[in-house]
Design a protein around this ligand. Structure first.
Ligand code: F6P
Length: 318
């Protein structure tokens, strides 16, 4: 078979580990494996490159994606997608794996409805994809946030400051909640739940009254702007508040061991499914193992953030 792979949307650490696993498992099964550079844009305007075992050497431990990626909004247009289908026929592709988040998986689903054998592999630091408990990149991003906050804590404590830390998540609070729980944040502000600001301010006052020398408020992207949150807190508590937007530092760097392992399992299973003629599905994670779900169900919504973890984090910070 001629199998192809592409990475699409925001890169996530572990995408390279997934490419490597897809290529090497595919070659081991006797297939030719092709890489499509720059995501769906490459499917419409680009040229596939043959991938060998050697071409994916030394990428396991790197972030980003060797195939590069793009946010190609034109792919929603049927008149544009027609060119993708033409490319697939011209290149004699028998199967395609799409590694990416919600937008990319909707593209994959549409292609599968149009008759292409497609498998989705979940990869997004947001961990907000339906039908899977895990998406590649989440663990690394969470650890990147924790490492940054651990550094900020030293200076926050030295100056007895409050820090407002804005993290990514694309209007989903999961990354904020998980990293807030891991860092002992006083409050976690997410788009999915209204914030009781009076309670946050009382908590901060109580924190300083009992002698704590620093406090952290984690704000999920889409739930507020760090500078205005910090200004408001400073005015209401009388305590100096600084802010930091971690931005794309969260998405870079070597993938964690967990991300490498899950990437390998998801991608190898994607090859096995394509080999046996199964497609139109996602190779995700549930109940401690690889879980296959229909792309039709994946595109219906997004996963809810773990709200009980948010409650627990706030209790533990008291
Ligand atoms: O989906 C991953 C993500 O990092 C989101 O958390 C964020 O909203 C978005 O991508 C940022 O995208 P870009 O890198 O295109 O600015």
């Amino acid at each position: 078979m001629n199998l192809a792979i592409l990475t699409s949307g925001g890169d996530a650490p572990g995408m390279n580990a997934a490419i490597r696993a897809f290529v090497r498992r595919g070659l081991a099964a006797g297939h030719n494996v092709w890489g499509i550079p720059r995501g769906f844009e490459g499917l419409v305007h680009g040229t596939p490159v043959p991938l060998t075992a050697a071409s994916v050497a030394n990428i396991l431990m790197t972030g980003g994606t060797m195939l590069r990626t793009s946010r190609f909004h034109a792919f929603y247009e049927p008149t544009v997608r027609v060119h993708a289908l033409e490319s697939i026929q011209r290149w004699h592709l028998d199967g395609l794996a799409v590694i990416g988040g919600n937008g990319s998986l909707s593209g994959a689903y549409t292609l599968s409805q149009e008759g292409l054998p497609v498998i989705g592999i979940p990869a997004s630091i947001d961990n907000d994809i339906a039908e899977t408990d895990y998406s590649i990149g989440f663990d690394t991003a969470m650890n990147n946030i924790v490492a940054s906050i651990d550094k900020i804590r030293d200076t926050a404590s030295a100056h007895e400051r409050i820090f407002v830390v804005e993290v990514m998540g694309n209007r989903c609070g999961t990354l904020a909640i998980a990293s807030g729980l891991a860092c002992g944040a006083e409050a976690i502000i997410i788009p999915e739940r209204p914030t009781d600001w009076d309670a946050v301010i009382s908590q901060l006052r109580a924190t300083y009254a009992r002698g704590k020398r620093h406090s952290f408020i984690i704000v999920a992207e889409g739930a507020g702007e760090a500078p205005s949150v910090a200004l408001d807190i400073e005015q209401r508590t009388g305590q100096e508040a600084k802010w930091v937007v971690l931005g794309h530092t969260q998405r870079g760097g070597p993938p964690s061991a967990l991300d490498r392992i899950r990437a390998a399992l998801f991608a190898a299973h994607a090859v096995d499914l394509l080999t046996s003629g199964n497609h139109g599905v996602l190779t995700g994670w549930k109940n401690g193992g690889v879980h296959v779900a229909g792309l039709a169900d994946v595109v219906k919504g997004r996963t809810e953030p773990p709200l009980p973890w948010q409650d627990l984090a706030e209790i533990l910070a008291r």
